[in-house]
Each structure stands twice: as C-alpha cells, then as structure tokens.
Write a protein that binds this ligand. Structure first.
Ligand code: 4AD
Ligand code: MG
Length: 449
C-alpha cells in the first residue's frame, strides 16, 4: 500500500500502486497523477514522461483518468524533488479500473463543505478530511482494546436488545416484530442505552471487564454532540471504589492520546492545520498532565462567581450545561477536569450514595472545548439501599431482579464509567460536528442511508 512505499528507500526499484486519482495535471511533456489508497494521509505522485512511449493501455488510461477514477500504476520508486514528499513514482504503465466522469463526479473539486459531504455519506470517505477521521477512529478503537487487554480486562459483548432501561432516562427505542403470539420477545423490549448493567454482572465474576459496542438513545437533542446511535466503551472493575475509576479514566484517556499522537501524526497534522490550530500541542499537553478534580458543589460555587456570563444560571441541583463545562475546563482549570459528588436527583438510580444523603459517588470527566466525554460512578452495592433508592424514584424493581441478585450473592464494591467513542474522536480531530466522525450518522430526523 502507499504507506509502505513512503517507508521504503527509493533506489529505482519497480513498484506498483492501486488507488484513486486525487488530481491529474498535464504539462507539456509531463503528466502528474496523484494516487491515494487510504492507507495514509498523503497521496503518492506518479509522473509520466511523455517523451517516453507507453503501451496502448497506458495511453488509453492517461486519456480517461480523472479525479475519482481508480487505477493501477507501475513504475520506478525515486526520491522526489518536490518538497512535500520524499518519494514519487516514475511511471511506466497505467491501467484504469473505473472512470469517474468529470461532469458528474460530486467530488470533482476540493473544499466542499462538511454539510454537503453529509449528503453524500457514501462518497465522503474519499475526501481528505473524512478519510483522516476514519483512520483516526480505527486506530483509536484498536488502542481501546490494547489498553484494556494489556491490563487484564476481559472484553464482554453485552446485548443490544434489552428489557431494562440502564440509565433510567426513558429515552429508548422500542424493538418489536410481528409474530403469532403478539410481541416477538413476549415483553416490551428496547435497544440498549448502555451495556453497564449487564457489564456489572460479568465484572462480579471476572473482576475486570469492558464493553465496546453500539448504544442507542432516542433523545431529541439535535446537537453537534449527540447521536441516536453511538458507540460506547464501558469498563467495570470489582473491588474498586470511585477513586480507582477516576485513576483508570485518566490513564485511559492519556493512553489513547499518546497512542494516536504516535501512530497517526499525518492525519493529526492535517486537523491541526485545517480544523483546529494548536490541536496537536493541546493533545500532547493533556497526555502528559495531571487532571484536576473538583466536587460538583465547588464547581457550582465557582460558576456562580461568573453567573452573568451564562445563558443558563448555574444552580445547585441542576445538571451542568455544556457552557458551564466548557467554562470550567477552559477558564477555571485550563485543562481536563473530573467533577465528583453530583446531586443524586440528576444521576441514575444505581449510583452509590454519599453519607450526606444528597450526593452520589459520580464522576464526569470534562475536557476543554468540549465538556463531558466520560461519565461514571461507584455503584450502590448494598441491596437495601439500592432498593430504597429505586422505590424513591418510583421504579418497578421486578424487572431488575437479576441486577439485584448481584447485591444478594457475593456483592462487592465496584466502579465503572462510559466513554462516548464519537466524542473521543471529535475531541482528537477537533471536528465540530459529531456527524462527521461516524460513517453513517443517525440522529433525530436523519436516518440517511
Ligand atoms: O454519561 P452517560 O449517560 O453514562 C452511561 O451511560 C453510564 N452507563 C456509563 C457507565 O458508568 N458505564 O454516557 C457515557 C458517555 C457520555 O459521557 C458521552 O461521552 C457519551 O457516552 N454519550 C453520547 N455520545 C453521543 N451521543 C449521545 N447521545 C450520547 N449520550 C452519551
Ligand atoms: Mg453523563
């Protein structure tokens, strides 16, 4: 692939590449074709010297090749006189696989808006920006597995179809199909909002687990940070308290940043130049820094000092708005921040209560420019306290009998969190809209194809 050619010592050896034409420029005696195959950011330049003679197939290809066409080009690998690349191909032959009509190919020109590209989701991976985001996403997914596997976590596939509302938020898609007995599953079933509850059952058997799969939320928030279908990573550790979860979250995020800085510098350089200036140095700084901590109560006190700056006034007992989260990370601590001890009313039923009876052992990790990227907690491991909390919230405990069993048999303190994978990719690329970091975004009013 092209990435391998860039690593080779150019000595006139014969090589061949297959890919798509980024650009074709014709000079008097030279034809330059830039070919990319998606293996790295840069295309490779293939130069055809018209003073040489080519076979009929190559002549035909040179005529029909245009931006977007697919081709195989063979030639000699030489060091390049051009500044931006180390090697190029002195082309000897070319063969076209498929043309792309210059009249109708939608990506004929560079510089299309991201909004336009969303309308052609099937072609947009061919652009520099979406291709780079896809490579970063792929590498980050690999790094997620590497991080947990290196630390002895087991990867658990939690179900996508479920009967329980893990977050108690009620924003679930219902799943059903016609069948002779009425409901297909015999009871109302939904797409999961989180693998946590089932993940807990395996953590209390295998000690350290993680999930990494699609999750679904029917929330109608049409924002640049919300999707109806997104991927989440949820580690869960037994015999662990909230502090262990915070340490793990910090180590995890730093590991991912270091990995991507090391392994996708080409794509990151592009995002730094075109999307968010200073991105790379910000990621480097965060990957080396210690994260700040603050309690929710202290965060509210801090925000109250700047009350007039906000559209939504900070008030104890209400969730932090994204403007509050951004302010805390960008102006107060100037870096990532872990907020703890949130009021129990704004957090799900399963979180362990603090002795003040008002707050829970929750932790949200906020990052600059972005706000919440991770949410987690220590879980209530005491049966009667958990049942009491469910009653307070008016929840029917019956469907959760299996979850409550974890507190009946061999209960243990345990902690976990969830990282929204698209938010991570957004943070790493600087892309403003979450719809540009997942191949086929699903959001309210937008199914696409
Ligand atoms: O904070 P959340 O709702 O936490 C949970 O689901 C817990 N069960 C996690 C756990 O403790 N195991 O969601 C976790 C993360 C958020 O911090 C955010 O990054 C992401 O998931 N997220 C979304 N990402 C994209 N679109 C949405 N609609 C999202 N909702 C949450
Ligand atoms: Mg959350």
């Amino acid at each position: 692939m092209i990435k391998d050619l860039f690593k080779m010592e150019p000595s006139g050896q014969t090589v061949s590449v297959r890919g798509w034409v980024r650009t074709k420029r014709e000079m008097k005696n030279l034809v330059f074709v830039e070919l990319y195959d998606g293996s790295c950011f840069a295309p490779i330049q293939c130069t055809f010297d018209r003073s040489a003679s080519f076979d009929a197939e190559t002549e035909d290809a040179l005529k029909r090749l245009s931006t977007g066409a697919s081709a195989e080009i063979c030639g000699l690998l030489l060091s390049s006189p051009a500044k931006k690349q180390r090697v190029e191909i002195a082309a000897k032959s070319a063969r076209i696989f498929g043309e792309a009509s210059a009249e109708t190919y939608p990506l004929q020109k560079k510089g299309h808006s991201l909004e336009f590209l969303r309308e052609i989701a099937h072609l947009r991976p061919r652009t520099n920006i979406i291709g780079a985001a896809a490579r970063i996403r792929s590498r980050l997914a690999f790094a997620v597995h590497a991080f947990f596997q290196e630390r002895g976590f087991q990867y658990i596939h939690t179900p996508i179809i479920t009967a329980s509302d893990a977050e108690g938020a009620g924003a679930m898609f219902e799943v059903t199909a016609p069948c002779h007995k009425g409901d297909f599953f015999g009871r109302r079933s939904f797409l999961t909002v989180s693998g946590q509850l089932e993940g807990e059952t395996y953590a209390l058997a295998l000690s350290k687990i993680y999930t990494f799969g699609p999750t679904f939320r029917a929330e109608n928030s049409n924002t640049a940070r919300h999707l109806a279908e997104f991927w989440m990573i949820e580690p869960e550790i037994a015999f662990a308290h909230i502090e262990d979860g915070m340490t793990l979250a910090e180590e995890f995020l730093k590991y991912l940043l270091k990995d991507i800085l090391k392994n996708r510098p080409d794509d990151l350089a592009f995002f730094d130049e075109r999307v968010q200036n200073g991105l790379v140095s910000m990621l480097e700084t965060i990957s080396e820094s210690g994260f700040a901590h603050i309690s929710y109560t202290d965060a509210i006190k801090e925000l109250e000092k700047y009350s007039d700056k906000f559209e939504f006034k900070p008030v104890w007992g209400f969730d932090l708005q994204s403007e509050h989260e951004k302010f805390l990370t960008e102006y107060v601590v100037k870096g990532p921040l872990i907020v703890t001890a949130y009021p129990k009313e704004i957090k799900p039923f399963y979180m362990k209560q603090n002795s003040d009876e008002k707050t829970v052992q929750a932790m949200d990790l906020l990052v600059p420019r972005f706000g919440e990227i991770i949410g987690g907690s220590e879980r209530e491991d005491n049966l009667s306290r958990l049942m009491e909390r469910m009653k307070e919230l008016g929840m029917d405990a019956a469907p959760y009998w299996w979850y409550l069993d974890l507190r009946r048999y061999g209960s243990a303190p345990h902690t976990g969190f969830g990282l929204g994978f698209e938010r991570l990719v957004q943070f790493v690329t600087g892309l403003a809209n979450i719809r540009d970091v997942i191949p086929y975004p699903r959001a309210a009013g937008l199914a696409g194809f």
